[in-house]
Design a protein around this ligand. Structure first.
Ligand code: SF4
Length: 336
């Protein structure tokens, strides 16, 4: 039988990707997700989300992302507030909570990554989420984040700690190649390890390579060399407790060598929706992925890791779905 720590298998989850809004108060130097103008700004409507849920196929996860604190996005905040009012809501967290409830009704386990949230917002969303997330990205203060108050590492570490106090199974990660040094990467991983030691809530750490995007401040910057990714995955496996999975995104980087160095998860893969953060990078087909990572086996998991299922870190609201989808290992039950 495979076990989580034996590392003879690699996991992924099957999701539907829902970008709730692209309006964001930050302006990161590498981002193509954020709306730049009134014309390309959106708040996704309830009907459109329901349509996605109805076509969910075999997905078990509803991944909700958004720009951060859209109500504070200088030029677009009034558009955000007006669109939200049309849906009958007054804040990102209350609207997204409503969408999470609909996801649950449609057999999907929500995972929200809405940027920095307060304790009150995390608390309100906890019951309708299987897990939640926030990338730390880095503990360094970088030019890439000079127009992004929400990328202050102190603020992000505080929210990750708050999620720990609330016992929310949590996904975080670091972004590689945005101007940080190897020492910065080590420090970031050490801070995450320390938070996990205190609260025990970090289920996975994503090691994500920066990819330059056209028409961004960093469009001429280079992606991190593969050797840097290898070095970072190796360091992460040494620094992070073994129970934290290291995730590498297979639509951004070839995973096999990184798996050999300790990565054990490939994140969410969607059959129906694109990666809105990296729209130029299609998800690999599952069969392709199986071939590429052999002899490691590919196993499907839920957005909440087996350990947190076993320890009961989930609410009564999502319990019926966990019982329907999880097998005795806490992975995805076949045929459900
Ligand atoms: S990367 Fe995230 S936080 Fe930064 S500008 Fe884009 S949407 Fe906003």
């Amino acid at each position: 039988m495979p076990t989580e720590t034996s590392h003879r298998y690699v996991t992924f989850s099957r999701n539907i990707f829902i970008p709730v809004t692209n309006i964001c108060r930050n302006a990161c130097g590498y981002c193509v997700y954020r709306a730049r103008s009134y014309e390309d700004a959106y708040v996704v409507g309830t009907e459109a989300v329901l349509n996605l849920f109805r076509q969910r196929g075999a997905a078990t996860e509803a991944l909700f992302t958004s720009g951060e604190r859209p109500e504070r996005a200088a030029a677009l905040s009034s558009l955000f507030t007006a669109r939200l009012a049309e849906e009958g809501f007054s804040s990102l967290s209350t609207y997204t909570k409503h969408l999470c409830q609909l996801a649950i009704q449609h057999g999907l386990l929500p995972h929200c990554n809405l940027g920095v949230l307060s304790r009150k917002e995390l608390s309100a969303l906890k019951d309708v989420n299987a897990s939640m997330g926030l990338m730390l990205e880095t503990t360094a203060v970088l030019d890439a984040h000079e127009k992004s108050p929400g990328k202050d590492p102190v603020v992000r570490l505080q929210m990750i700690a708050e999620a720990g106090r609330l016992k929310i199974p949590f996904t975080t990660g670091i972004l590689i190649g945005i101007g940080e040094t190897q020492e910065d990467r080590i420090r970031s991983l050490e801070r995450l390890a320390a938070l996990h030691e205190k609260f025990g809530h970090i289920q996975e750490v994503i090691i994500q390579p920066f990819l330059p995007k056209p028409a961004t401040v960093m469009e001429h910057a280079s992606s991190p060399p593969f050797a840097m990714m290898k070095h970072t995955v190796r360091a992460a496996r040494t620094i992070l407790p073994a129970e934290i999975a290291i995730q590498v995104p297979p639509n951004l980087i070839s995973p096999k060598e990184l798996i050999e160095l300790g990565a054990s998860d490939l994140g969410g893969i969607s059959e129906r929706t694109i990666d809105y953060i990296n729209p130029e990078a299609p998800w690999p087909a599952e069969e392709d992925l199986r071939r590429k990572i052999a002899p490691y086996e590919l196993h499907e998991r839920l957005p909440i890791y087996p350990r947190y299922i076993q320890e009961g870190w989930y609410s009564d609201r999502i319990k019926p779905l966990i019982e329907r989808y999880a097998d005795e290992m806490g992975l995805r039950r076949k045929g459900h």
